[in-house]
Write a new protein. Structure first.
Length: 560
């Protein structure tokens, strides 16, 4: 019986009773009211039973032609939304006949946490997005080690603080977002936006006693940023700016990354000081990354120089600094004559044993070439002819091989051999400080699952010549070899949070001027004294070769 029929019957009975009551005695009236009350109670019971059956019975599903976007999302599989029963999958998305995976991704939701992800990864309609970053701040105590150094005639000495000095440094700190959008089976659109974070300093134009830069490091997307397409089967192609394959290929062999004693003090650093020519980030680049092919992978990058000058002494189109760093006025120059280059090619290939082997083995090789590198500022125009100076524009390249072993004793051993070369005429060999060999050796021992200790040694071999700047004699066969030693202890406080303590020392021969802390630290300890500290036009930075630099550092690193 329908609910409405029950109510109607109850009203009819009540009306009939009212008419009959007028002709009956009081006793008869009481008996009739008692009977009506029993009938009314029975009707109420039937009504509740009928309503219960109606609520428990599923309503007919809506036609499958209705779009998923118009359907509300059910919080649990098979729940009722409004008056409609909608089948859903385990993540609350509409499922069942007529609703494809693609259509379920457009259900009117915007963002939600990715199931099973430990980081800040969220699902978006048709893709996902991840927030990531690293914060690294250290307290340092370092010395340039140039006390007692004098110039060639003994009349000039370093000025300012040349001994031990405390400092706070921000090292490899950044935040970024990366994400993807599904296009079709096994093809995604990928993107990344990343910027440097200066925790201990304010963002702005960089001015120091060694260079001036127009790039604001703390601005949005100053670090690795790109767009591209990626597939699990054929790899990825990307465009933007990135750490070159040459740099990335041996990063796993650098347990001191961003610390005092980072191997970039010598490896990839062709001239010393605090610029690393062959371990850098390349702008306006296009590159390919292969998938993992049974342990083998490779990468290739091309960056057009975008330089309007045939000798690379212009700022590249679309950039604010000379290629390789520094704006033209840094150090008093009027053009990009201190290492600016045009086109770049960088490639790497790596093989790594798959997981499950008792001994882990990794071998990698990489090559990078910079075209038309302008170093005309190395020659004094009051001493050398314009013709000879104009010849000091030539290609530079670097090649390296690295090997790493991971033993069952939780010991990791790494070694790298590197060859740097500058292609200039024989007439310029006397000032060629860019052609040399370099080596790196490192060992890391795990003490406990949360503690490890590392040791490293880098060696820079001598070069054919020296330009004779700074306090050096210049000419053929200079004494410009150098050694860097470093040691570090690391403790994992919790996953992603690390405390470290390290010591490092760079010991230069008489004509060498390698620094301490190149390659990513906010505060480097280099060869420059306090002379000409503002940078820019009129600056006259003084670099003192032969320094024995040392430092201790302790810091906290947090990855998310």
């Amino acid at each position: 019986m329908k609910t409405s029929a029950c109510i109607a019957a109850l009203l009819v009975l009540t009306a009939s009773a009212s008419v009959a009551l007028a002709d009956e005695t009081t006793e008869a009236i009481l008996k009739r009211l008692e009977a009506l009350e029993k009938e009314n109670s029975k009707l109420k019971t039937d009504l509740k039973r009928i309503e219960g059956k109606t609520a428990s019975k599923p309503a007919a599903a809506k036609p499958v032609q209705e779009t998923a976007a118009a359907m509300p999302v059910s919080p649990t599989p098979g729940a009722i939304v409004g008056a409609t029963y909608i089948p859903t999958d385990g993540q609350g998305r509409i499922s069942g006949p007529g609703y494809s995976t693609a259509s379920r991704d457009e259900e009117g939701w915007f963002i939600r946490k990715k199931p099973g992800s430990k980081g800040l990864t969220f699902l978006t309609p048709g893709g996902q997005i991840t927030l990531y970053g690293q914060l690294d701040v250290s307290v340092d105590y370092t010395t340039k080690g140039i006390n007692g150094v004098v110039n060639l005639n003994g009349t000039d000495r370093p000025i300012g603080v040349t001994g031990w000095q405390p400092a706070l440094s921000t090292n490899f700190a950044y935040v970024g977002v990366r994400g993807s959008q599904n296009l079709m089976d096994d093809l995604k659109f990928v993107y990344q936006l990343e910027t440097q974070i200066d925790v201990t300093a304010s963002a702005g134009i960089a001015e120091s006693n060694s260079n001036q830069s127009n790039v604001v490091k703390g601005a949005l997307t100053t670090r690795n940023s790109f767009i591209g397409f990626a597939s699990d089967h054929w790899g990825a192609i990307k465009a933007g700016k990135t750490d070159a394959p040459y740099r990335v290929s041996t990063e796993v062999m650098n347990p001191f990354s961003g610390m005092l004693g980072d191997y970039r003090v010598i490896m990839g650093n062709s001239g010393g000081d605090n610029r690393v020519e062959f371990a850098t980030r390349l702008d306006h680049a296009l590159w390919y990354e292969s998938p993992n092919l049974s342990g083998f992978s490779f990468a290739a990058l091309y960056a057009p120089g975008q330089n309007r000058a045939s000798n690379s002494d212009n700022i590249a189109a679309g950039e604010s600094d000379c290629a390789g760093g520094n704006n033209p006025s840094s150090g008093g120059f009027t053009s990009c004559a201190d290492g600016s280059f045009s086109d770049v090619v960088s490639v790497s290939a790596t093989y790594k044993t798959p997981p499950g082997h008792d001994i882990g083995f990794l071998v990698t090789g990489a090559y990078e070439r910079h075209q038309k590198v302008n170093r005309t500022s190395d020659l004094d125009p009051t001493v050398f002819t314009a013709d000879l100076i104009n010849q000091d524009v030539g290609d530079e390249d670097a090649a390296k091989v690295g090997v790493q072993l991971t033993l069952p004793t939780k010991t990791t051993i790494s070694g790298i051999y590197e060859r740097l070369h500058r292609y200039v005429p024989d007439t310029l060999t006397f000032q060629n400080e860019r052609t040399r060999n370099g080596t790196w050796f490192a060992i890391t021992q795990e003490i406990t699952p949360k503690d490890n200790i590392s040791f490293g040694w880098a060696h820079a071999f001598t070069t054919p010549g020296d330009p004779g700047q700074h306090n050096t004699t210049g000419g053929l066969n200079p004494q410009n070899a150098a050694n860097m030693f470093t040691a570090a202890y690391k403790h994992t406080i919790k996953p992603g949070l690390l405390w470290y303590f390290d010591w490092a020392g760079t010991f230069n021969d008489r004509d060498a001027h390698f620094d301490l802390g190149a390659g990513g630290r906010g505060v480097t300890t280099d060869c420059h004294d306090a002379h000409g500290s503002p940078g820019g036009v009129g600056a006259s930075p003084h670099c003192w070769a032969g320094g024995h630099l040392q430092g201790v550092s302790t810091g906290i690193k947090y990855n998310f």
